[in-house]
Design a protein around this ligand. Sequence first.
Ligand code: NAD
Ligand code: IPM
Ligand code: MN
Length: 361
Amino acid sequence: RKSLKIAVIPGDGIGQEVMPEGLKCLRAVAKRYNIKIQLDEHFADWATCPRYLREGSMLPEGWKEQLTSYDAIYFGAVGHPATVPDHISLWGSLIQFRREFDQYISLRPCKLLPGIRCPLADKKVGDIDFWVVRENTEGEYSSVGGKIFEGTEREVVIQETVMTRIGVDRVLKYAYELAQSRPKRHLTSATKSNGISISMPYWDQRVAEMGKKYSDVFVDKFHIDILTAWFVLRPETFDVVVGSNLFGDILSDLGPACTGSIGVAPSGNINPEGRWPSLFEPVHGSAPDIAGKGIANPIGMIWAGQMLLEHFGHKEAAHTMMRAIEAALERGGTGIITPDLGGAGTCEGLGSYIASLIEEI
Ligand code: NAD
Ligand code: IPM
Ligand code: MN
């Protein structure tokens, strides 16, 4: 098999801390399964955005060509709000990657792992195990809109939601097919068609229309407000949950929080056709509140590496990585697990422990 070419972008804040642990684990599993992985770091001077301060842009000219030849991008986190406003740093990087590389699927697991004390009462491993499929290139995240009468009392600010037939149908197709591949064959759609009276009824209509092709999938829908309540009150009833860009964003922090910590959650930004590189990253951000302390949970980053291997069909290696993560949580004890999970461990300590388990488990 040809070697996997991966572009590595650690980014800001704890992105810089969790990335070395992710790479450590990827190297360990690649060695064990004899997988050739080329890991090239890009934009090494990223942290705290010096290029933005110097040139007014987050990425150098030619960034797209620079990354296009890669099979995938392994990404830490972006955001240094003390230097650059978040919408500028994110629209100038991650959101551009998602759009330019047409990574229209955001795939995010919500799974209660062994060894984690679930914040919801009486839940055991297996009770929470579902996927959030988030539309990742349009919807509420749009640059259509503007301001008039700025700075006056008549100021008006408009930002449009954009839903295209192609954009909605392709994420629904992916979600239906994912549901179809799972034993429960259950798809839940996040909507808000009672209040958002144009785009959301359209979304519902496409869910129903697409559903005709997947008659073996049981589909239901909930308005986003009650859906967030059901995530907390009965997470065991979900299997695959599909949502628009914003709803999917919210659900994919809430879901992992219900399983203990957003620090463990990974994410695939996928271009299913493989025309462009897909991007794998933790769900969390740069966490300025804990950056530099060495206590970030590296599992989101490591699990993102696991998703990357799974994506390219390295099933055994991916399986071993998952088992190592679970074993670390079960066996590690408070000295190894990080403070977000109630331990006193460090990012480096937990990452190295998982890497050692990958070698021997
Ligand atoms: P965040 O995910 O960075 O942090 C939220 C909270 O969770 C913080 O208290 C943080 O300490 C904690 N946390 C996050 N990851 C953790 C980990 N691995 N281990 C332990 N604790 C962890 O979200 P935020 O505070 O809303 O955003 C901070 C910055 O990150 C902003 O600039 C934001 O725009 C950016 N951001 C980037 C991404 C990304 O790059 N994909 C995602 C979300 C937020
Ligand atoms: C995520 C993040 C991003 C998003 C931000 C940082 C723009 O929250 O990946 O979930 O909203 O997509
Ligand atoms: Mn988010």
